[in-house]
Write a protein that binds this ligand. Structure first.
Ligand code: MLT
Length: 307
């Protein structure tokens, strides 16, 4: 079976659009109609006129597409493609935390369940968080969840005192400061770009801190021709496509290479599973309508405030 040809055939037959996150395998990025970060993918999902969205990313991203495009069929190649941040924030515990802080609003990272979105006031992504936080008056008390590193980074950068939910991303948590400094010693002129989901001991060494789309932009304008990249290494595929003359090195984990920082959830999506998802229109994202409408409010606020 020529999987690529079959996927192309089914994409036409189903009037489907294939959306892929930057953290997907290169072969999936290469066949997608659109590759982006979660803010860009949310916008695409809201605007497409396709009948089917085949979402190559993790489940909360496919859920977001369904929240924004309820009349479309949304399929995710592997329903087990979860997220450690989402798992760290069970809705009942988040609800109790909110109730314990009634004078706080909840500014919530998009890496969470639909239920937690429904319990939140404004959603942010790593590329919209700074723009949105800058619009919230300093006197307003805020709960930020589920990523304590992104929240801590925003607190430091904006001089805020947001209460942080204690979640972390297992991928960004795995970078090793010692190995990063060894790599930097080998490439003293190469800047380091880090995602704000990284812990402070990594972010503190970065010349640029930002989302995947931000890091991609930085790679275009950075000084020199070599960049050390501290985020999920599949983003490097887009960098190499856009800038074949430059060198991109994935920041290392404790074993000295960047393979331990591959997201095991993102990696569950394969060409075979994408083919089956388009063929069978399964696994499909389904959602209770009241829950969807409640979650949509906080997502719509993000889309309004992020512009
Ligand atoms: C997202 O927003 O998609 C993730 O945080 C990764 C990124 O920064 O793009």
């Amino acid at each position: 079976l020529d999987l690529r040809a079959e996927i192309d055939r089914l994409r036409k037959e189903r009037n489907a659009v294939i959306l892929a996150h930057y953290y997907q395998r290169p072969e999936i990025q290469d066949l997608a109609d659109f590759v982006g970060d979660s803010l860009e993918l949310s916008r695409k999902a809201a605007a497409t006129d396709a009948d089917v969205i085949a979402f190559c990313g993790v489940k909360f991203m496919a859920d977001t597409a369904k929240i924004l495009s309820p009349d479309k069929i949304v399929v995710l190649p592997d329903l087990d493609a979860g997220c450690s941040l989402e798992d760290s924030c069970p809705p009942d515990k988040f609800k109790a935390f909110r109730e314990a802080h009634p004078d706080h609003i909840a500014l919530t990272y998009i890496n969470c369940s639909t239920e937690v979105k429904a319990l939140s006031d404004v959603i942010v992504t790593s590329s919209s968080a700074e723009t949105i936080l800058a619009q919230i008056p300093e006197s307003q008390k805020i709960i930020f969840g589920p990523d304590r590193h992104l929240g801590g980074y925003l607190n430091r950068k904006f001089g805020r005192d947001m209460l942080l939910w204690p979640g972390v991303c297992i991928v960004h948590e795995a970078f090793s400061e010692t190995e990063l400094l060894k790599l930097k010693a080998q490439h003293p002129d190469a800047p380091i770009a880090a995602h704000p989901e990284c812990p402070p001991h990594i972010v503190d060494h970065a010349d640029y801190v930002g989302s995947t789309s931000g890091i991609l932009q930085y790679a275009k304008t950075m000084p020199g021709d070599t960049l050390i990249v501290a985020t999920e290494p599949h983003i490097i595929h887009q960098m190499e496509l856009a800038m074949p003359e430059k060198t991109f090195i994935g920041a290392p984990g404790a074993d000295g290479n960047c393979n331990c920082n591959i997201c095991p959830y993102m990696a569950l999506n394969t060409m075979e599973k994408l083919y089956l998802a388009l063929r069978d229109l399964q696994p499909r994202i389904e959602m209770d309508e009241d829950l969807r409408l409640a979650a949509k409010k906080s997502l719509d606020r993000m889309l309004d405030m992020a512009s």
